[in-house]
Structures are given as C-alpha cells and as structure tokens.
Design a protein around this ligand. Structure first.
Ligand SMILES: NC(=O)c1ccc[n+]([C@@H]2O[C@H](COP(=O)([O-])OP(=O)(O)OC[C@H]3O[C@@H](n4cnc5c(N)ncnc54)[C@H](O)[C@@H]3O)[C@@H](O)[C@H]2O)c1
Length: 271
C-alpha cells in the first residue's frame, strides 16, 4: 500500500498540466481545438499542427492572450517530408514534449463501391497520426519523460454508425484503436501511457458538412444517442484531461467512449 506521503496532495494538482508541453494534431478547429483549450486551461503550453492555412478565429484570439503558450504549425500529416520538417521546427521551439493528442482526421461517407483510391489515401491522415506519435514518443524517451499519448478514435472502430456509410473511415479508426493498444504495452516500461477516446456523433465541421448534403443525418445525430442529443467538442474535454494528466497515472491501453450511450444501443436506429 502507498503511504500517505506518496498520495498526491489534491485533486487539482492531479488534473494540472502546468509546466507540460502538449502537441495537438488537428487542433485548428473542432474537437482538437476544444482539447487545446482544455490543455491551456490546465496550464500547459500547446503546440498545434494542422493543415488549415488559418485556424479558427477563436484560437487566434487565445493566441493573442498568451502567445508563448500556444504555437501553430501548418502541416499536412499525410506528407512525410512536411511531418519531418514540422517536428524539426517544433523541437527548435520546445525541447521536450510531455504529451500528444491526435485529433487530425477527415471522414469519407459513401458506399463501399464508390470509394476511390484517393479517398482511402486521404484517410491515411491516420498514418500521419502514427508518425506524429512516433516523433513525440522519440522525444519523450530521449528525455526520460513519462508522457501521455491520447488518440482520438471513433465509435466507428467498434460498431456501425446508423445513417453513415463509413467502411474506409471505420477501418482507419480500427487501425488507431489497435495501434494504441499495442503501443500502450510497448511503452509501459518507459512509463509512457497510451489511451484513446472514441467520440460518438459530435457537432463539428466534419459531421455538419456531411449533413449539409444529407440533411436527414441531422435527425440521426440528435435522436440516435440514448442520451437524446448530439455531442459537442466540449463533451470530450474532461475525459481528455483525465487521460492526459496524472489523474489517470495507473491507466493505459484504455478507450473511453464519449458517445451519449451509442456503444450500448447502436444499429437499431432506422432513418
Ligand atoms: N465529429 C465527430 O462526430 C467525430 C466522431 C468520431 C471521431 N471523430 C474524430 O475526431 C477527430 C477530430 O474531428 P472533428 O470532428 O473535430 O473534425 P474537424 O474537421 O472539425 O477537425 C479535424 C481537424 O483535422 C485537420 N486535418 C485534417 N486532415 C489533416 C491532415 N492531413 N493534416 C493535418 N491536419 C489535418 C483539419 O484541418 C481540422 O482542423 C478526427 O480524427 C475524427 O475522425 C469525430
């Protein structure tokens, strides 16, 4: 049993990210941006990599308030050279990385037979996820940092999402899910923890742009989750803070579904 001296002093301290540097891929908008805010609020310095030439204006506002705490690097994670160059620039600015959140991704919603080679290739932002995590973990190991890796997966790794047609996307998230489990085991002896969050339907540009062409999907987003509403990026904030901070010091290789209960009920909803 740990003696009382070794028990962390307060809940606040255990959830603090003060003094830590967290990299967020896809932090320019949507879920990644909400998780960026969480890290900033918890005291971390945040480095964002995103393909957007200009991130969400709200993010630029946060940056103006604390420019040294929030750095933005434009990078297409599907391009090997860009990823390598960006990590070169990142490591010129900060020497140590304590955590990485991988939120970059796209969604391709169409029947299996209509998928093109390019569609499936584009989904390989998840390959970029693999190598972004590789760069971050390399730095953690070099500095003996017991860091955290948090990958944003999806409910689709596990079950069909009613209304959507996501064969290739779901496959790419199955890759993320399995990658995280293997990596959690491999890095456990270094004290580096690896976990995933699987969101359900979250109201972001990704989903809303699909629904712009198929408005009937909006009904699914709102009605299919047993909790009776579509999720928001903010719904993911506390689960991510838990997994990024010392609050989850004894947790690795796990997935938290933030999905309004979809995991226990999916597949029954008909349009
Ligand atoms: N919105 C949902 O319902 C939902 C559900 C489950 C999982 N997810 C996952 O959550 C993550 C975030 O999605 P979101 O809903 O916030 O979507 P979003 O489109 O709002 O944000 C995704 C971000 O990733 C960036 N990005 C895309 N491709 C990139 C690339 N090649 N290189 C660098 N950046 C790239 C985009 O520019 C964007 O800023 C994704 O991995 C997505 O698959 C979303």
């Amino acid at each position: 049993m740990p003696d009382r001296e070794h028990l962390p002093s307060s809940l606040g301290n255990r959830l603090s990210l003060k003094g830590r540097v967290i990299l967020v891929t896809g932090g320019g908008r949507g879920i990644g941006m909400a998780l960026t805010k969480t890290c900033l609020d918890a005291g971390a310095t945040v480095l964002i990599t995103d393909v957007l030439p200009e991130p969400d204006p709200m993010l630029l506002q946060w940056k103006r308030t604390a420019p040294e705490k929030l750095l933005y690097f434009r990078c297409d994670l599907t391009k090997k050279t860009e990823v390598e160059n960006t990590f070169g620039k990142i490591l010129e600015k900060v020497h140590q990385i304590h955590g990485i959140v991988t939120a970059a991704g796209i969604c391709v919603d169409k029947p299996f037979l209509d998928h093109t080679w390019e569609d499936v290739q584009k989904l390989q932002a998840d390959t970029g996820t693999f190598f972004a995590v590789q760069h971050a973990v390399k730095n953690m190991k070099q500095h003996g940092i017991q860091g955290t890796v948090l990958m944003i997966c999806s409910q689709s790794w596990q079950h069909v999402c009613p209304g959507h047609q996501l064969t290739a996307y779901a496959g790419s998230k199955g890759f993320v899910f399995s990658l995280a489990r293997s990596l959690a085991h491999e890095l456990a002896s270094d004290g580096i923890r690896v976990n995933t969050i699987s969101p359900g339907y979250i109201a972001t540009d990704m989903n809303l742009s699909i629904a712009a062409n198929r408005p009937e999907l909006l009904k699914v987003f709102h009605e299919a989750p047993p909790l009776g509403r579509v999720g928001t990026p903010e719904d993911l904030q506390m689960a991510s803070l838990y997994l990024l901070s010392d609050a989850s010091a004894y947790v690795t290789g796990q997935d938290i579904a933030v999905d309004g209960g979809m995991q226990v009920s999916s597949g029954n909803y008909k349009l």
